[in-house]
Structure formats: structure tokens, C-alpha cells
Design a binder for this molecule. Structure first.
Ligand code: ZN
Ligand code: ZN
Length: 248
């Protein structure tokens, strides 16, 4: 699906729609179980979008935020609509994989990290890959083998807030996973899986079944959304149907 870019603080932000579809049976549950206490409408079906974002600054430098569900045989294949369209989406916005200067992986779940390494080879060969050290430390052997180890020296492990390019920062936002991070540019925050579904905008305390630490995730979500709201800002989400949501 074609989503329009926006420009924030001199940085162009292109939403890349990697995939669209419901969760596979392996982990799908009715929405009231997925988001307990949320205000759900008639529909019980959650059609997820899987968005990555390409940031391009005034100097032409690029940062890719998340790498999508990956190819047909990706670790996400058990539950997500593979293969992802990230490569075609990047081409659509005029960027080749080897031109990406930095990749931010918000967290190591298979729908965010599986496009980074395909058939054992790094896809964004010239990019450093920014990950929180806490996320790497908490990762299981399978994801270390599939993603982190093949990236080798391309991994840039950071602890908490760090600048990726001038004006483009990552912030540690734990809870969904121990080392989850978001990306901030101007008054825009790319929220990864801090916010998964619009019911969590209505009530940020609504947990998500697959949060590693639901209480911490809720506290992080409340704090982050309060801060974006105070700034009159916008979030760019991974799984909403529309990539950008102004927080009021
Ligand atoms: Zn996740
Ligand atoms: Zn996700």
C-alpha cells in the first residue's frame, strides 16, 4: 500500500509498507484477549500493517528504521504475511540497500528484524545497525544466530539515548522487549511496538498480550505519549493502518 512521506525538521520520512495481513493462527487471538480492557468495536479481526521507515536528511544520508518480516522462509513466516516488500518499497523511494547509511532495529522480534539478514548475508551491507545493548543481551540464540552474529561489526550497540545522525536519535523504551528503542526526529517519534493498536491511544494503559513486561510497557507508553502530546507531535507506528497519527 502506498503511504505518503512527510518532512520533519528537514528530514524526509518515507513510510515503507512491508506487508499487510492478519496474524497467522500460531499466535492470533481475539482482540479482547490481545488487548485486555481495550475499547473494541464490532470487528474482532486485526489486520496489521508492517511499516518500516526511511529517513533521508538534507545531506542525503539515510536511516532505515526496522527491516520488516523478511523473505518467505524468514523466522516470521510462522505468523506474519511473508515475504515482505521492503526491497521494492525502498526502490520506490529511490534508495538501494547498499546506499543505506544506518539501520535502527527497534527490537529483535521477527517482524522487525528479519529483513536485515537474508540467506546469512547482511542486506544493508554498508550500514551500521543500531541496537540497544539490553536488547542484544536479552536475545535468544536463534535470533543471535539469524540476525546479530551475521551482522558482525556492523552492529552498533548503544545504551539508552544516542544520536544516529544529527537530529535523529534513538531512545530506550523498554517493556515490549527489554531493549526496545524508538526513533525521534523533531516532534515525530517512530514508536516501534511501544504502541501496537489504536485502542492503546484511547487508553495507553491497555496492555498487549505479547509484551515481555506488560507493566513496564504500559508505563513506557504512557510516558512517551504524554511527552509527544505535550510537544503537539506525531507518532509513526509499525502496525496501524495509517503510518502517521497526530497525538492530541
Ligand atoms: Zn514486537
Ligand atoms: Zn511488531
Amino acid at each position: 500500500m502506498l503511504h505518503q512521506p512527510i518532512t520533519v525538521a528537514g528530514v524526509e520520512v518515507f513510510p515503507l509498507c512491508d506487508a499487510v495481513g492478519p496474524m497467522g493462527d500460531a499466535i492470533r487471538r481475539p482482540l479482547p484477549q490481545m488487548f485486555p480492557g481495550g475499547h473494541h468495536g464490532e470487528s474482532d479481526e486485526w489486520i496489521l500493517h508492517f511499516h518500516c521507515y526511511l529517513l533521508r536528511d538534507a545531506a542525503g544520508r539515510t536511516v532505515l528504521v526496522d527491516t520488516g518480516v523478511g523473505p518467505r522462509d524468514s523466522p516470521a513466516a510462522s505468523w506474519a504475511p511473508v515475504p515482505g516488500a521492503l526491497g521494492a518499497e525502498l526502490a520506490r523511494v529511490g534508495t538501494a540497500p547498499e546506499e543505506v547509511d544506518a539501520v535502527v532495529i527497534t527490537h529483535l522480534h521477527s517482524d522487525h528484524a528479519s529483513g536485515a539478514v537474508v540467506a546469512g548475508a547482511p542486506v544493508f551491507a554498508n550500514a551500521r545497525h543500531v541496537l540497544q545493548r539490553a536488547e542484544i543481551d536479552a536475545a535468544g540464540e536463534a535470533v543471535l544466530d539469524h540476525v546479530v552474529r551475521p551482522l558482525g561489526e556492523r552492529v552498533q550497540a548503544v545504551d539508552g539515548g544516542a544520536e544516529v545522525l544529527p537530529g535523529i536519535r534513538v531512545l530506550l523504551t523498554p517493556g515490549h522487549t527489554p531493549g526496545h528503542q524508538v526513533v525521534q526526529v523533531g516532534d515525530l517519534v517512530l514508536t516501534g511496538d511501544v504502541v501496537l493498536h489504536p485502542v492503546q491511544l484511547e487508553d495507553p494503559r491497555v496492555p498487549y498480550l505479547y509484551d515481555a513486561d506488560p507493566e513496564l510497557a504500559a508505563a513506557t507508553r504512557v510516558e512517551l505519549l504524554d511527552r509527544v502530546r505535550a510537544a503537539g507531535g506525531t507518532i509513526g507506528t509499525a502496525h496501524f493502518a495509517e503510518p502517521f497519527t497526530r497525538i492530541v
